[in-house]
Design a protein around this ligand. Structure first.
Ligand SMILES: N[C@@H](CCC(=O)N[C@@H](CS)C(=O)NCC(=O)O)C(=O)O
Length: 199
């Protein structure tokens, strides 16, 4: 078994790195700014984005698809509820909610902060995006009141996945006044394999 991970340590590939570490799977890392022009990455991802993996020669991209695949293909580690269970439906719900309601506005703001050419940036989007992100954060806050983890009261890849976007929201200072969410992030970031910390 061989896994190659194309990554840049502080971005969404951190989800895949953390999943691999929790599963205790060995992997080769191709990391750094040069990753975007690496022929290995370009052969996998049509937009040359990270994360991407090659698992026993098979190419896969999109952080949700990769994390789910890795956890599903090692069911003995118990990192993801099994397909066809209610726990899995909840996992899918939180992944979709994270991507569409929280990560989309955060990413749109990021693009308008440092990715688009300066002349194309639209500062007006920040307020709208922060408002949308805060609505989503309020949903996490309400769900986490009285809960330790997102699904089935045990740590799972759902927490790895959503946790990355929640941590991203702290970097935009959007989590003030959300004590359950802040406490959850403290629990998450204290885990030994968490690849990032409070900034
Ligand atoms: N939805 C994708 C997002 C991938 C993505 O946009 N990755 C960024 C880093 S977080 C990237 O590679 N950006 C380089 C670029 O846009 O050219 C996922 O979750 O894997």
């Amino acid at each position: 078994m061989s896994i190659i991970l194309y990554e840049l340590k502080s971005v969404r590939s951190a989800r895949v790195r953390w999943t691999l570490l929790e599963l205790d799977l060995p992997f080769e890392s191709i990391e750094g700014r040069e990753v975007f022009s690496h022929p290995g990455l370009r052969a996998i991802h049509p937009l040359a984005k990270v994360p991407a993996i090659r698992d026993d020669g098979r190419p896969l991209y999109e952080s949700a698809a990769i994390c789910n695949w890795l956890a599903d293909s090692h069911p003995e580690r118990g990192l993801i509820p099994a397909a066809g269970t209610w726990g899995r439906a909840l996992h899918d719900q939180w992944v979709a909610f994270t991507l569409s309601e929280l990560e989309a506005p955060l990413w749109h703001s990021a693009r308008n902060t440092f990715l688009y050419p300066e002349a194309e940036r639209v500062p007006a989007v920040f307020e709208q995006n922060d408002r949308e992100a805060k609505r989503a954060l309020g949903v996490f806050e309400a769900h986490l009141a009285g809960r330790t983890w997102l699904v089935e009261e045990r740590f799972s890849v759902t927490d790895i996945f959503a946790g990355y976007a929640l941590h991203w929201a702290t970097r935009r200072e959007l989590t003030a006044g959300l004590p359950h969410l802040e406490a959850y992030l403290d629990r998450l970031l204290a885990r030994p394999h968490c690849p990032y910390g409070r900034s």
